[in-house]
Design a protein around this ligand. Structure first.
Ligand code: IMP
Length: 192
């Protein structure tokens, strides 16, 4: 059965991502519906390729307008690792192992990149990208957020994203920037 209606949908298994995105689009009076469907994704070193594969998979079962998103964490001293494999590495190694890998490393620079596709109808979609630069902390700090938040300190801050509430994280994060662009776009085009 296809899903329909006049809201924008966010196809993601991750409730944290949904809540962050929902707060941002809410500020544009856009109602975001959570569609917690698993969508197939290809293996690629480019977030854009992964996102397009999610569009192809989701379009079969979800009515537009909808959004799919994928995030990578790129650590400079590790040549961009874990990058697009961030999810796999998080599950298999976890944060303590990442910290261990960087134990003797002074260059802590890293960035989160989120790429999202807004599927407007069955023929048109638009890609957006949000980035945040920062550093990998020396230890895990904070209990809010999810994933790599306890070890990521955004540039200009001395706390991790897990030490921020959702509103503060949204002001600085890759996803905050991504969904702000989507909100601006949707509001400007009167799509919903
Ligand atoms: P994916 O986009 O769900 O594939 O996310 C890749 C990995 O990065 C997963 O382990 C997520 O938990 C993690 N991740 C995605 N977004 C964030 C974020 O905003 N903060 C911290 N970790 C994140």
């Amino acid at each position: 059965m296809r899903r329909g209606g006049d809201v924008v949908r966010f196809v993601t298994n991750n409730e944290h991502k949904y809540k962050e995105a929902s707060d941002i689009l809410g500020a544009y009076n856009i109602k975001l519906e959570w569609v917690p469907l698993p969508v197939d994704e290809i293996q690629s070193e480019y977030l854009e390729d992964i996102v397009v594969s999610k569009v192809v998979s989701a379009i079969e079962v979800v009515d537009p307008p909808f959004i799919v998103e994928d995030t990578g964490l790129f650590i400079h001293a590790l040549n961009g690792f874990p990058g697009v494999y961030a999810s796999y590495v998080y599950k298999k190694l976890g944060l303590p192992s990442i910290l261990k890998l960087l134990e003797k490393t002074r260059n802590r620079k890293a960035c989160f990149i989120a790429v999202g596709a807004l599927v407007i109808d069955s023929h048109i979609f638009k890609i957006f990208r949000g980035e945040v630069y920062g550093e990998i902390a020396r230890e895990m700090r904070g209990s809010q957020g999810f994933g790599y938040d306890p070890i990521f300190i955004p540039e200009g801050y001395d706390k991790t994203m897990a030490e921020m509430d959702r509103e503060e994280k949204n002001r600085v994060s890759h996803r905050g920037r991504l969904f702000t662009q989507i909100g601006e776009y949707l509001a400007g085009k009167n799509i919903v």
